[in-house]
Write a protein that binds this ligand. Structure first.
Ligand code: MLT
Length: 276
């Protein structure tokens, strides 16, 4: 980018064009992936749910096929990227859902674009901001990612906690798949996303003001977010239901896809009936 052109860039969020996989017809269901994965994590949802809905799974900026762009790290920027993607696809309103980091982006989307939310799915995520310790940890990890230029720090610290003990014991192939996804994350995108998550605000007020129905999903063996986090979101929301997924850790759509798809499928189908 030439300095002359940069001088004309307005001081506002500059969205990037997200790569997304978009399959099926009907009520649009947008699913936002966890950190540091990509839209590849939603394979089983695209396969099963696209028989009934239009399933749109973007790669958040820097991950998968999407460029990182030049904006300062922020979940608001990520949410605006998703809104721009919906504009480009001619989708006015959608059921927007996300897991963990994707949930933080969903919460930012609900705050910034509430009129576009037909319903929200919040899986293994939380509405509270980071504690000081958690924020400091993220910034330390971001620095290490930038220094190493590899995701080794995530393979050591985060990967073993991404799936639950049942998956670890009984389904080694799933663990291998998640490992592959973590390994393919660019270190620069992972560092940017850590800084974005560290800066995210508390979202309990956003939930209290959300009029659209919400589905909270939580893996019973999740060690990264807790059942208390899930219950706090359900209690803050005016209109929410909570589903606990047994034998799953942090990634129910990958670890127990059938149970996850049943819960989300029922939720979106019920919304689809009310908007017709
Ligand atoms: C994720 O799964 O997206 C991350 O673990 C979220 C986080 O670091 O808070």
């Amino acid at each position: 980018r030439s300095p002359g052109w940069a001088a004309f860039v307005p001081d506002e969020v500059i969205v990037v064009q997200l790569y997304s996989r978009d399959v099926g017809d009907g009520t649009p269901l947008v699913l936002l992936h966890a950190f540091p994965l990509s839209s590849a994590m939603w394979l089983a949802q695209r396969e099963a749910l696209a028989e009934r809905f239009r399933v749109v799974t973007p790669d958040l900026r820097g991950f998968g096929g999407s460029p990182l762009g030049t904006a300062e790290p922020s979940v608001d920027v990520m949410a605006d990227d998703v809104a721009a993607l919906l504009d480009a696809k001619g989708i006015d309103r959608a059921v927007v859902g996300g897991l963990s980091m994707g949930g933080y982006v969903t919460l930012a989307f609900c705050r910034r674009h509430p009129d576009r939310v037909l319903g929200a799915v919040l899986a293994d995520t939380k509405a509270t901001a980071d504690t000081e310790t958690a924020r400091a940890d993220r910034l330390r990890i971001a620095e290490r990612l930038e220094a190493d230029k590899t995701v080794d720090v995530l393979l050591e610290g985060l990967l073993p906690r991404l799936v639950g003990p049942t998956t670890m014991r009984q389904r080694a192939l799933i663990y291998g798949r998640v490992r592959g996804l973590v390994q393919s994350a660019p270190a620069s995108a992972a560092a940017w996303a850590q800084r974005a998550m560290a800066a995210r605000p508390d979202a309990l007020e956003t939930l209290a003001g959300l009029h659209a129905p919400a589905l909270i999903v939580h893996g019973a063996e999740d060690e990264i977010t807790t059942e208390d986090d899930a219950r706090a979101m359900a209690e803050a929301l005016p209109n929410a239901e909570l589903t606990l997924v047994p034998r799953s850790g942090h990634l129910p759509p990958v670890e127990q896809p059938q149970l996850f798809n049943e819960a989300v499928g029922e939720f979106v189908a019920a919304l689809g009936r009310t908007i017709r």
